[in-house]
Write a protein that binds this ligand. Structure first.
Ligand SMILES: Cc1cc2nc3c(=O)[nH]c(=O)nc-3n(C[C@H](O)[C@H](O)[C@H](O)COP(=O)(O)OP(=O)(O)OC[C@H]3O[C@@H](n4cnc5c(N)ncnc54)[C@H](O)[C@@H]3O)c2cc1C
Length: 475
């Protein structure tokens, strides 16, 4: 395992291929720092004794202690620990921990490479295991680039006016392949070591070129990361932990990128494109049953705190709203626990979370995200939108006046009140708040995708049988 300092140095040494607002920037650009600070937590905290059991694991390949974000789940307990770890990390960062992209991709590949080999007598699984060992030894941080830019949503990859709208193989060489295309909304990519590419959807027989999975160094020749940074508002005077965090998504362009065979984990086996896409989504939705309850915890904590500061915490409507938030957080988390407990071992030896519980959990989270933000906005009143700036609270002239006129409860100091409202404003009335809402809705797949998965996998016929039996219908 490496330290956060080593992680930062490694990332900053990458070839500049990050573009922000029309400029090619190096990875020490201050707009990337808040995202990197989030990932740094995943290198710092595992070094602490109290987090060792949850945040580290034992590699099944080498027997060495590794960061849990590099681990392939070997039991239902591993699945549960990943979920618990995710919730705890997100409490520390005040939002998405981002490194789940890598662990979810690696787990999906550990299952699917084995299954492709059984059918095609290929050697993907051995290649993948060699890559996994390297991944674990170097404590790598990875993005998963799944979502293609997709062009016309109603058209399949081979029907698009431009075939590059879904990433595809454009050349097969003796020593590797060349891929071209673009993947959208890639979290963590500008401060990740690796980009793991997998397909985004089911593929038909004529779509073998689109059936590709591989791992690419984030600064490989031909990779261009066009990035949109977002961060909580920086503080000038009243520093707070949350003010140091943010995230960056990239539109990742693969402009004829060469990938050596040892990093290729699927190439042309089109019938496995859909299963791999769905399996990554399953792991990722299970991760959401850890991170989304944490987002709810942050929102719920702010809602309860501001209700207390406003003196309305005992009101019936407030209690009702807090109960709504508790229900969302804990039902989603409970679904994740159920998915872990009911998880099953794939032939490769990796554990896979149960599909229905993972998907209903993620769906419930996605459908409630705006409701949770609405409750905080409701209980905080208009101040989260109109809060005077920090300098006015600390100025000799206006500070005492603001303390006098914004006072709600004389037992709460003006500074604590200021801190509470500033955090609420930063979380719900900011560009970061907007990104969190949309990430809560679409990240891991929009709720409609979970609806489709649930309906595909759920045994409704069995439910009809129950009704028929009770009604005395024999057929
Ligand atoms: C903050 C954030 C971070 C993310 N991080 C990552 C990441 O790191 N890696 C990654 O791979 N992805 C990532 N995603 C992508 C995420 O998984 C997608 O946003 C999600 O799958 C939806 O895809 P889309 O954005 O292309 O929306 P679209 O697919 O364009 O969806 C828009 C609407 O169109 C509907 N629709 C789409 N296709 C059809 C169709 N054929 N028929 C009928 N209706 C249709 C959808 O249901 C939806 O209602 C991230 C997203 C966000 C917001």
């Amino acid at each position: 395992m490496i330290t956060s300092q080593e992680y930062r140095e490694r990332i900053k040494a990458l070839r500049p291929n990050v573009y922000i607002d029309g400029e090619l920037v190096s990875r020490d650009d201050p707009r990337i720092e808040p995202g990197m600070n989030v990932i740094a937590l995943t290198y710092d905290l595992p070094q602490e004794k109290k987090y060792e059991d949850l945040f580290t694991a034992t590699s099944h390949l080498t027997g060495e202690k590794i960061n849990r974000f590099c681990h392939v789940h070997r039991s239902t307990d591993d699945l549960m620990k990943k979920q618990e770890m995710t919730r705890l990390y997100c409490h520390k960062s005040g939002g998405c921990i981002q490194r789940c992209m890598g662990i979810d991709a690696v787990n999906a590949l550990s299952v699917m490479t084995y299954e492709i080999d059984q059918v095609h007598q290929t050697e993907y699984h051995q290649r993948f295991l060699a890559y996994l060992e390297y991944f674990q030894e170097n404590d790598l941080c990875a993005n998963c680039a799944q979502t293609d830019v997709k062009g016309d949503r109603k058209k399949r990859p081979h029907q698009q006016v431009d075939p590059d709208l879904y990433l595809r193989v454009v050349e097969r060489r003796k020593d590797g392949i060349v891929v071209r295309g673009a993947k959208a909304h890639n979290t963590v990519a500008p401060y990740a070591d690796e980009i793991i590419v997998i397909p985004t959807r089911f593929l038909t027989e004529e779509e073998a070129d689109w059936a590709v999975a591989c791992a690419i160094p984030a600064d490989a020749e031909g990779v261009k990361l066009i990035c949109r940074p977002t961060a909580f508002r920086p503080r000038k005077l009243l520093d707070a932990p949350i003010a140091h965090f943010g995230d960056v998504e990239s539109l990742t362009i693969f402009d004829d990128v060469f990938v050596p065979w040892e990093r290729v984990f699927m190439c042309g086996e089109q019938e496995f494109g859909g299963p791999l896409a769905l399996l990554f989504a399953l792991y990722h939705r299970h991760s959401y049953t850890g991170c989304k309850p944490a987002t709810s915890d942050v929102l719920m904590g702010m809602a309860a705190l501001v209700a207390e500061y406003n003196g309305i915490e005992d009101e019936k409507h407030v209690q009702q709203k807090l109960a709504d938030m508790i229900s969302v957080a804990e039902l989603v988390y409970a679904a994740g626990i159920a998915a872990a407990v009911k998880g099953q071992q794939a032939p490769s030896g990796t554990y896979v979370p149960e599909v229905i519980y993972s998907n209903v959990g993620r769906r419930h989270a996605g459908e409630n995200i705006y409701h949770e933000f609405e409750i905080v906005a409701d209980l905080a009143g208009g101040l989260s939108a109109t809060l005077p700036l920090e300098g006015d609270f600390l100025s000799e002239e206006t500070g005492p006046l603001l303390a006098k006129y914004m006072m709600r409860n004389p037992n709460i100091s003006a500074e604590d009140q200021h801190r509470c409202f500033r955090m609420i404003s930063d979380v719900i009335c900011s560009s970061m708040g907007g990104v969190s809402q949309i990430a809560g809705l679409h990240g891991g797949g929009s709720p409609v995708m979970e609806t489709i998965t649930v309906l595909r996998n759920y045994n409704l016929e069995a439910k009809k049988r129950i009704a028929k039996d009770l009604a005395g219908i024999k057929s």
